[in-house]
Design a binder for this molecule. Structure first.
Ligand code: HEM
Ligand SMILES: *[C@@H]1O[C@H](CO)[C@@H](O)[C@H](O)[C@H]1NC(C)=O
Length: 597
């Protein structure tokens, strides 16, 4: 993307000539033809013909495309994906509807109605004559992500929108570029980095100290905010070897605390906080582009909305990356004399084995920060929410943890692997509220997907279709998980339900994706979350929700109450940018564990 011209101007420069070239040609054609024929066509008629030419051409092109699709579907022995009920011409009414839902609805609102109306787990949204095949069916997602992954890409449009923040990093590239980035990042995650536990331990202590202090003063804490700081401090430390210390900055009080006690300012932490805020803002802005679709540049007519926050992000990161590159250079010079191997400590050190290009290094580390931070924060927030509203689960989990690790000892890798119920609680939380509930790909070559009903013909997917998929719906489908699919029941990952539902069909649970682009940090995330949860349950014996602590507009609306499923049951408001989070956080209190037990 150009740094000089704003996205909107570039967009118009690309689109306007395409829009006006046909009417212009037709107008000129009519003008000169009539002149040569010696007749005079009035100006209004010329203008009318010229302006009608574009819609006529578009309709013609669309009819031709439809005919081609019918023929291709027939030759593949396939049927069309059910169309959603129409929202006006070109289905454009669907867009404001979805925008409203994103702002005020529950995740999946709008799409749920489409799935219900057609009775099909896969539907075609077909907005502006573009096929958008939204699937929630495990076999289709398996094809997209794993079995036929070569036929699907993130696509240029997705990358163009993300480019000003994520560049060509692993999360935002396809093909050879993606292979290059994945290849240089993978080794770090393949190694067993025991030292991470040192990083987690120190920040976990900080979190618990803040919680204890707040509870002692009678205040609740925003667990999402605190744990977001924990994941940010941990991530920056293992990525760059420099911790942003966001846990040392001012920590917010709930909206209903009239006179929050003054907090001491740690100037360094506040600067770092600015980095965190700018990073968040940039993420929110690129997510908005994805939601607006290909016309997003029109909403950034005069300025690139990510430019200002990225300036702050860059000002923070550039010196860190510069210093690391310099250190590597010096080490290489020394090595010639003293052959001393430099042990790669941080992910940045590790990446430096593959490249010294500061832009590549920054793209890659920012991609990992994006991929790893909010996702992990969200899952831990949901776990603590469920432990708050289901105290029996909390008690059982705590007993298992104390049995394996005791009340104070620092957990090891082995402990964490052994506490099966802990992993089941984490899995169950990610099943109901996955960090990446919706995702999207584009299909390169025409193909077919098996029909969910095996007695029906397969489904036709034309080349160039968008293929968004919703693990959110798949994870809650009663056909796949049984009648209690909407209940929080971690035991389903351990008891007879595991054999009955999940084991025969492992692709119905995909919190980390699957196939060649499966989450690189899956193991890391389980370790980080498990470590923190063990520490929390050693320190506290129970959690409660502080519903008053949530700002009124962040509480679930009254008319959701008693609706079926989790939408009617849960007491927070889930929201989405690139990943899921909860509006205004998660305000909780906890009871300190009795140190004698
Ligand atoms: C509970 C926590 C996490 C969840 C639920 C999660 C989930 C996901 C998902 C669904 C994707 C696929 C995105 C896509 O292809 O469009 C992904 C990709 C990725 N994740 Fe995670 N993630 C988590 C934590 C982490 C952590 C801690 C890291 C690193 C420190 C990480 C690094 C990555 C990377 C680098 C990718 C891109 C892989 C590629 O495209 O080849 N993730 N993650
Ligand atoms: C949790 O889910 C993962 C898949 O992400 C699976 O490999 C693991 O066996 C599950 N563990 C438990 C205890 O549920």
């Amino acid at each position: 993307m150009s740094k000089i011209l704003p996205p909107g101007v570039l967009f118009l420069a690309r689109v306007l000539p395409r829009l006006f070239s046909l009417p212009l040609l037709v107008g000129l054609g009519v003008h000169y033809a009539s002149r040569r024929a010696g007749t005079k066509v009035p100006v209004w008629a010329t203008l009318l013909l010229a302006s009608a030419s574009l819609p006529v051409y578009l309709v013609y092109r669309n009819l031709r495309k439809n005919a081609r699709h019918r023929a291709e579907a027939a030759s593949l022995g396939a049927r069309f994906v059910p169309l959603v009920p129409s929202f006006g011409v070109g289905n454009v009414g669907f867009l404001p509807q979805m925008a409203w839902n994103r702002k005020f609805g529950y995740p999946g609102d709008g799409m749920a109605e489409c799935l219900d109306a057609t009775g099909s787990p896969v539907v075609n949204f077909r907005v502006l004559w573009q096929d958008i095949m939204f699937t929630t069916w495990p076999q289709h997602i398996q094809l997209i992500l794993a079995a036929d992954s070569g036929n699907y890409v993130k696509g240029e449009r997705f990358q163009y929108g993300m480019d000003s923040v994520l560049g060509s990093g692993v999360f935002n590239s396809d093909g050879e570029m993606w292979k290059f980035h994945r290849g240089m990042t993978r080794p770090y995650f393949a190694r067993d980095k025991i030292s991470h536990f040192d990083i987690f331990d120190q920040h976990a202590d900080d979190v618990i100290a803040i919680m204890k202090q707040r509870f002692a003063g009678g205040y609740s804490v925003n667990f999402q905010d605190l744990i977001g700081r924990f994941t940010m401090d941990s991530a920056t430390e293992f990525l760059f070897g420099v911790c942003v210390d966001s846990l040392k900055a001012n920590i917010p009080y709930a909206h209903n605390v009239a006179f929050p006690p003054p907090q001491s300012h740690d100037a360094r932490a506040e600067t770092a906080n600015k980095f965190v805020e700018a990073f968040n803002e940039a993420m929110v802005n690129v997510a908005e582009r994805e939601h607006l679709g290909f016309v997003w540049p029109l909403f950034e007519m005069f300025r690139d909305k990510t430019a200002a926050p990225m300036k702050i992000v860059n000002a923070y990161l550039d010196p860190i990356i510069g210093a690391a590159v310099e250190k590597k250079r010096t080490a290489e010079l020394l090595k010639k004399e003293a052959a001393a191997e430099v042990e790669a400590e941080t992910l940045l050190d590790d990446l430096l084995q593959s490249t010294s290009d500061p832009k590549v290094l920054k793209d890659e580390t920012l991609n990992i920060l994006l991929a790893g931070r909010d996702t992990t924060m969200h899952v831990m927030t949901i776990v603590i929410y469920f432990l708050s509203i289901y105290p029996d689960v909390c008690t059982k989990l705590r007993e298992e943890i104390l049995e394996h690790v005791g009340p104070t000892r620092r957990p090891t890798h082995e402990d964490i692997k052994d506490i099966k119920f802990l992993r089941a609680v984490i899995n169950e939380s990610m099943r109901l509220y996955p960090s990446v509930p919706f995702n999207t790909r584009e299909c390169i070559h025409s193909t077919t997907w098996p029909s969910p009903d095996p007695n029906e013909k397969p489904l036709y997917i034309p080349a160039g279709s968008k293929t968004p998929y919703g693990v959110f719906f798949m994870h809650r489908n009663k056909e796949l998980w049984g009648p209690d699919a909407e209940e929080f029941s971690p035991e389903r990952f351990l008891d007879e339900r595991l054999k009955k539902y999940l084991l025969p069909n492992p692709f119905q649970f995909l919190p980390f994706n699957a196939g060649p682009r499966i989450c690189l940090g899956q193991q890391f995330a389980y370790n980080e979350m498990s470590f923190m949860l063990v520490r929390l349950l050693q320190a506290f014996s129970s959690f409660t929700l502080d519903e008053e602590g949530f700002a009124p507009e962040a509480r679930p609306p009254k008319d959701w109450k008693n609706l079926p499923g989790r939408k009617g049951k849960d007491r927070f408001r889930p929201a989405l940018h690139l990943t899921m989070y909860t509006q205004d956080g998660m305000w909780i209190r906890a009871k300190e564990a009795d140190p004698m037990i």
